[in-house]
Design a protein around this ligand. Structure first.
Ligand SMILES: [Zn+2]
Length: 267
């Protein structure tokens, strides 16, 4: 082959390869439809908690979440743009820190229509395997996925005290720091461990806690999930009964939901 022919073939190949790559990138990354910012505000009341100064960052993280995470409908559920936007809009509320990363371990979000049955095969502390299926509304796997009940995602939008998206993605933040349970990565743990430890022990002692779900007393990891839910779903009550804990979470999440107008009419 003459050098000139080889060069012209090479020049032709470059744009073709570039075009194919662009086409592939577009086909594999779902994009949000026009008008998604207004839909986000209409669908996700909690989006109103993001201050104007952080709105651009918030929107960029919602968009990146939808583009990079794979959504899978289970038990016949068809996942649409609104569902993707809603889950991304709630999960990205946890990512307003300067150094936040986009839940790097999570590759897929599995959505079930409602609570789902799970059979766990890991042996318990006595070495016994319980093969009775357990009903769950969400799960966070150390590894690659978060599983959610869509019915319970919608309940959180309507003001339920439980917010399964916040809870499961808080577990993901926690897992980003493999050396401790109940603490996401941060530069200085001094204050975090003091406040969280004190409040965790307080919940373990409390027979009828006024704000926090008693399930949070199961482990430091569940405690972080439960207090994060209360921070978004019951912020005024959390601040009233657990002022230090509220302030700690407000600093970490860069939000002050108790100072914002209430998202739902008082229960
Ligand atoms: Zn949990």
């Amino acid at each position: 082959m003459s050098p000139l022919l080889a060069l012209s073939l090479l020049l032709l190949a470059i744009p073709i390869a570039w075009f194919v790559r662009r086409r592939r990138a577009r086909a594999s990354a779902p994009r949000l439809p026009d008008g998604w910012r207004a839909r986000l505000d209409a669908r996700v009341p909690q989006a109103a908690l993001v201050p104007a100064a952080l709105r651009e960052r918030y929107e960029a993280r919602v968009e990146a979440f939808v583009a990079r995470k794979r959504f899978i409908g289970c038990n016949g559920l068809v996942v649409d743009d609104d569902m993707r936007l809603t889950v991304a809009g709630l999960a990205a509320l946890l990512l307003l820190r300067d150094d936040a990363t986009l839940f790097p371990a999570v590759r897929s979000v599995l959505l079930y229509p409602a609570a789902f049955l799970v059979r766990h095969e890991e042996p318990d502390e006595l070495g016994l395997v319980d093969d009775e299926p357990v009903e769950q509304i969400g799960e966070s796997w150390q590894g690659d996925r978060v599983i959610l009940s869509w019915e319970d995602v919608e309940a959180a939008l309507a003001g339920d005290a439980v917010n399964v998206v916040i809870h499961e993605f808080a577990h993901q933040l926690d897992d980003e720091n493999p050396w401790s349970e109940g603490a996401p990565p941060m530069a200085d743990y001094t204050q975090w461990s003091q406040v969280m430890q004190r409040e965790y022990e307080r919940l373990q002692r409390h027979r009828r806690p006024p704000v926090l779900d008693p399930y949070g007393a199961e482990s430091p990891g569940e405690f972080f999930g439960v207090v994060s839910e209360a921070f978004f779903q019951r912020p005024v009550e959390l601040r009233r009964h657990h002022a230090e804990l509220y302030a700690l979470l407000a600093r970490y999440y860069r939000l002050d939901p108790a100072a914002a107008p209430p998202l739902w009419p008082a229960a």
